[in-house]
Design a protein around this ligand. Structure first.
Ligand code: CS2
Ligand code: MN
Length: 367
């Protein structure tokens, strides 16, 4: 297990790299070039600068989250071949700088969806929340406006301004898309890209749908054991793998996340580990890594028992210790902290996960 921490880049993150390097057992950061639009090639110069910046803090830069998939690929539109070629060029360039894993998603138009970015908990912390009723009574446009206002102008990954410009039109383009067609579009992408991932030794790790249920009538692809098995079989290679996002999969109470972790360990290259607290069958808030409805111990144990040796990061944390006070600006920087991505609760999460990992693996006899 290699413990990492998500970092959004020198101009886009309130948390300095040197603070991340002080968290026990952190080997590296998971980062991205957020300003490059999906479908464009990541240049050698930009990748080199990103990698060198991370290394100068004594951290490794081996995982990218995300290289986003252009909408034409998800839609199966004519421009997809050119965009897939660009994706492959980006993988080639990332390979030059020692990138070992790429997390991406295949969710139409939108990435993750929440009803609240800063939901107040009784202990004074703030956290993200999902209310099914709220989502069913809003529109993607209203939600995007709400996020823009609540986040104090910080671009949220998955809700980047260029994506939002065409949100209404893009959603309309999915109106006639069947689930079978959507799966076929994913297969087309994998058949083109995975042979190059093999050549460049980059493990592709798809992120599950978040939440793992239908949103705004859009197609869904990866959200439970059956759909994970179907996805991995579309192109059967160790390089076609999964990001085990416990909070995404766990948002469906029918999903046994520990069983999913155990069943697919050899294809899980990256794990996002977080907890959530259900307040009803459909609604939840993101709780601390230790306390919530999911059995994080059972999930970590399932990974360890099955020989997991990929990357892990603590996923979303609450905003605690005043980190989201005022304008959601961190006391450490003038850059606003992103909801879910403050320093303190994620650092606590990393420490908890490190402790669990030690407890389940130390003293084992290795054959
Ligand atoms: C992440 C996703 O912050 C989050 O919720 O888990 O946005 C994730 O980075 C993407 O889906 C991966 O492509
Ligand atoms: Mn995740």
């Amino acid at each position: 297990m290699k413990m990492t921490f998500r970092w959004f880049g020198e101009h886009d993150d309130a948390v300095p790299l040197r603070y991340i390097a002080q968290i026990p057992n952190i080997s590296g950061v998971v980062t991205s070039l957020l300003d490059i639009p999906a479908g464009d090639v990541w240049s050698i110069a930009r990748i080199r600068h990103m990698r060198d910046t991370v290394r100068s803090a004594g951290l490794t830069c081996e995982v990218i989250e995300s290289v986003n998939v252009h909408e034409s690929i998800k839609l199966g539109a004519p421009e997809r071949d050119e965009k897939i070629e660009n994706y492959i060029k980006t993988l080639r360039n990332l390979h030059e700088f020692g990138i070992k894993a790429v997390c991406y998603n295949f969710m139409p138009v939108l990435d993750w969806v929440r009803s609240h970015l800063y939901f107040d908990l009784p202990d004074g912390s703030k956290t993200m929340m999902f209310s099914r009723d709220f989502i069913e009574n809003t529109t993607p446009e209203l939600l995007a406006a709400r996020y823009a206002e609540d986040s104090g102008g910080v671009a949220l990954p998955g809700w980047e301004p260029e994506r939002l410009l065409y949100i209404t039109d893009t959603i309309a383009r999915y109106a006639d898309m069947t689930d079978a067609q959507y799966v076929a579009n994913a297969e087309y992408f994998l058949d083109a890209v995975i042979p190059y991932a093999e050549r460049y030794d980059i493990k592709m790790a798809i992120h599950p749908d978040d939440p793992p249920t239908k949103i705004f009538g859009l197609p869904r692809l990866v959200n439970d054991a059956d759909s994970i098995a179907r996805f991995l079989a579309l192109h059967d290679s160790p390089y076609n793998g999964l990001t085990l996002c416990t909070g995404s999969l766990g948002a469906n109470p029918q999903n046994d996340v520990a069983a999913i972790a155990a069943r697919f360990t050899d294809r899980i290259h990256f794990a996002h580990i977080r907890n959530l607290q259900f307040v009803s069958d459909t609604d939840f808030y993101e709780s601390s890594h230790q306390s919530g409805s999911l059995n994080i111990y059972g999930i970590v144990r399932a990974l360890a028992d099955n020989g997991f040796d990929g990357y892990v990061r603590p996923d979303h944390g609450r905003m605690i210790w005043g980190e989201a006070d005022g304008m959601a600006v961190s006391p450490m920087s003038r850059t606003a902290a992103r909801p879910g991505y403050g320093l303190y609760d994620r650092a606590l999460g990393a420490a908890y996960l490190n402790g669990l990992w030690d407890a389940v693996t130390r003293g084992r006899v290795v054959n």
